[in-house]
Design a protein around this ligand. Structure first.
Ligand SMILES: [Zn+2]
Length: 281
């Protein structure tokens, strides 16, 4: 991958639960269903809108990371030919694989609310079967804040977020400089008030162009040392996770990891996700 030096280079992390008019796991779980096939069309359209907007805004290079589930959701044959795509898993840097300090800005597209958040369609934090709650420095947070902190560790600001209204409330608290697009207003875990996906795409395109020039944006950083606490869903998961020497078990279903470097925190989080899943297999 080459990144041009004249004009911003934009990195896009795209999830799926926060797309327009998607409200149920049946629509985002990879399968041969027509519901999932429709969602792949919607997410590809939203990515193309953001990519097109970035180039409208003067971007010279755009990289897209398919960040949902199997990470093979986007219909790449329909993807804007000017973008490159990071596809498949396992990815050590997961939802931000491919991001480097050379990027000018990151966009988070189709993100969703944290586990435990009210009025959040499919609200979860990485793995709903492993993570009951994730806290950074004592505050419950979602994927948006975690991923913003990882981008911040590389010095890259997040300048655009799309998702439901609850996701944008987390963005307002963490990234007040970010341009935002509300894709739907979640009513409950499986219901939202939506607008047409084409209306969302139009909003994404114009916001992405503006987000290329977000001069007030800065890399998000947490006070150090950074303490990550995770309540696991099952005690068997904490049984396994405390085997990692740097992870402390502070309650039957709570583990703790501390570092001054958020990149280490993120790797510990990956270990929680994969080992936690294996613990219940
Ligand atoms: Zn997802």
């Amino acid at each position: 991958m080459s990144i041009a030096s004249d004009g911003p280079s934009i990195y896009i992390s795209v999830d799926m639960e926060g797309c327009a008019d998607i409200v149920h796991w049946d629509e985002v779980r990879p399968s041969t269903s027509k519901e999932y096939a429709r969602s792949r069309e919607i997410v590809t359209d939203e990515v193309n809108a953001a990519v097109g907007g970035a180039f409208d805004g003067g971007a010279k290079a755009v990289t897209v990371n398919d960040s949902h589930s199997t990470m093979r959701n986007l219909l790449t044959e329909r993807l804007d030919q000017r973008a490159t795509i990071v596809s498949g898993r396992l990815k050590p840097n997961f939802m931000l694989e491919g991001l480097t300090p050379e990027f000018s800005a990151a966009f988070f597209i189709a993100y969703h609310g944290a586990i435990g958040a009210g009025e959040a369609v499919m609200g979860h934090t990485y793995s709903p079967r492993v993570i009951f709650e994730c806290r950074l420095n004592g505050a419950p947070i979602g994927e948006l804040t975690i991923n913003a902190a990882l981008a911040g560790a590389w010095g890259v600001p997040v300048t655009m977020v799309s998702g439901d209204r609850t996701t944008l409330e987390e963005a307002a608290a963490t990234l007040p400089w970010a341009h935002t697009v509300e894709t739907k207003r979640s009513i409950s875990y499986f219901a939202a008030e939506c607008v047409s996906p084409s209306a969302v795409c139009a909003a994404l395109r114009s916001a992405a162009a503006r987000a290329c020039k977000a001069e007030a944006a800065k890399p998000f950083a947490l006070p150090t040392p950074i303490v990550m606490e995770i309540d696991t869903y099952r005690t068997a998961q904490a049984d396994h996770l405390e085997l990692i020497p740097s992870i402390k078990r502070i309650a039957a279903r709570t583990i703790r990891f501390e570092s001054a470097d958020f990149r280490e925190v993120y790797r510990a989080l990956q270990a929680v996700i994969y080992l936690g899943a294996a613990a219940t297999a």
